[in-house]
Ligand binder design. Structure first.
Ligand code: RAT
Ligand code: ZN
Length: 410
């Protein structure tokens, strides 16, 4: 097969393969206002809020936060899209979404774009977005401590199979005393704010009851870059004594998302988190000491990626996934995907979208599919050149393995 034909074939197969999006912040319609979608949400995505202040250093943070959503969107639109070029990855994303939805944004008229999108009901829009993105399902981030989310699970629950649950328990790691109160409020026997034996048992009961209630595909937590598991802290106890045992007992993967520097600039609110290098040995220690627990791991620092790949080579119970958050940029996806294929073959999950706004799955996957396709084409060309035949069926099997969610189940 010549290289042009190979590239065309890989592109077509990648575009035709429905994606299992293994980490998003999306919700089904049953969750009401928790489901974010539409142009104003797209434009006020926190990645773009951070960029707004780069273009407008004279803008006071509070002035922005006191505006209505529509005013915020107008300001970001004028600043990043009209008075400058939407050239960053997050800004280009909005352009891709509009283009794929068939909306002509050439005259940069935001009011016209708003009107064009009003033709859809919420459920029509969900259908349209999933079809356009060719995503088969998106895994949600479900927080058992969230006051808006809990009542939904206690009443209607989720019946839309395009949205699948994941139990996300950052609260337990970040502020155990507050979660202790909330667990007590939900009827669990929490007798103290300290993680003693009885409280650990009650916390595990709480987690198991949520697993029973929402049937998550995995248990997850994001963790700071300075994470430690040997200091006897609440965080270490929650991980070692609660989360890992519960993952084991329920035969669920434990997803660790490591490397966040939370609230580097609190004035930016959701946009204020940063990144730092973490200790990959922690991942190795947990994988080695818990061979019967499956770990899904993504790390936020570019500097951690090579070490993480090599660690994954050592542990069959460790699957690495995604180019997370600040790594979700074409130049880095290219580098990470090549590095992962070279060290792990197809035994990794190259990407997740992390979409917070429904429409974003359109651009996140358009952009990622392109880069992953280019890297795969190069890797196939290399084995063809080395003397190995690559057929269409081989490519379909491989792409489905890495993008179709199969590795979640192994
Ligand atoms: O990527 C993001 O939108 C971040 O704000 C985080 O939500 C991160 O992905 C996370 O899951 O903690
Ligand atoms: Zn996320």
């Amino acid at each position: 097969m010549d290289s042009k034909k190979l590239a065309q074939q890989v592109t077509k197969i990648i575009n035709d393969t429905p994606i299992a999006d293994i980490h998003t912040h999306l919700y089904s319609e049953a969750f009401g206002d928790l489901l974010l979608y539409g142009i104003d949400e797209l434009i006020t995505y926190h990645y773009l809020v951070a960029e707004l202040f780069r273009y407008k250093p004279e803008l006071e943070y509070e002035t922005y936060w006191n505006m209505s959503k529509q005013q915020q969107a107008d300001l970001i639109w004028d600043t990043i899209f009209v008075n400058n070029s939407p050239i960053s990855e997050a800004a280009r994303g909005v352009v891709t979404v509009l283009n794929k939805l068939g909306i002509d944004a050439a005259d940069k008229d935001l009011t016209k774009i708003r009107t064009a999108l009003q033709q859809y009901s919420t459920s029509q829009y969900i259908d349209k977005v999933f079809e356009t993105a060719n995503v088969k399902y998106a895994i949600m981030t479900n927080d058992p401590f969230d006051e808006t989310e809990v009542p939904v699970w206690d009443t209607t629950g989720n019946s839309d199979t395009r949205f699948k649950p994941a139990l996300r328990v950052d609260g337990l790691l970040n502020d155990f005393p507050l979660c202790a109160k909330k667990m007590a409020h939900q009827g669990f026997k929490i007798t103290s704010k300290n993680l003693d034996k009885a409280v650990i048992t009650a916390t595990k009961d709480f987690l198991s009851s949520w697993i029973e209630k929402i049937k998550p595909l995995y248990i997850a937590a994001s963790m700071p870059n300075d994470l430690k598991i040997d200091d006897g802290s609440d965080t270490a106890k929650v991980i070692l004594d609660c989360l890992i045992p519960v993952a084991r007992e329920n035969n669920l993967p434990f997803a660790m998302m490591i490397g966040v520097k939370r609230q580097m600039n609190p004035d930016l609110r959701l946009a204020g988190d940063g990144v730092g290098k973490a200790d990959v040995d922690i991942v190795a220690t947990l994988a080695r000491e818990n061979p019967d627990v499956k770990f899904l791991v993504t790390m936020l620092s570019r500097e951690n990626q090579h070490e993480l790949c090599i660690t994954a080579r050592k542990f069959k119970n460790l699957t690495i996934f995604g180019c997370w958050w600040f790594l979700n940029n074409p130049s880095i996806i290219r580098e990470m995907t090549a590095e992962r294929i070279e060290t792990l073959g197809l035994t990794m999950i190259p990407q997740h979208s992390d979409a917070r706004v429904l429409d974003q799955i359109i651009y996140k996957w358009t952009h990622s599919r392109k880069v992953i396709g280019e890297v795969l084409t190069e890797k196939y060309s290399d084995i063809v050149e080395a003397g190995w035949p690559v057929t269409e069926d081989d490519i379909k099997r491989d792409v489905n393995m890495i993008l179709g969610g199969q590795l979640l189940w192994r």
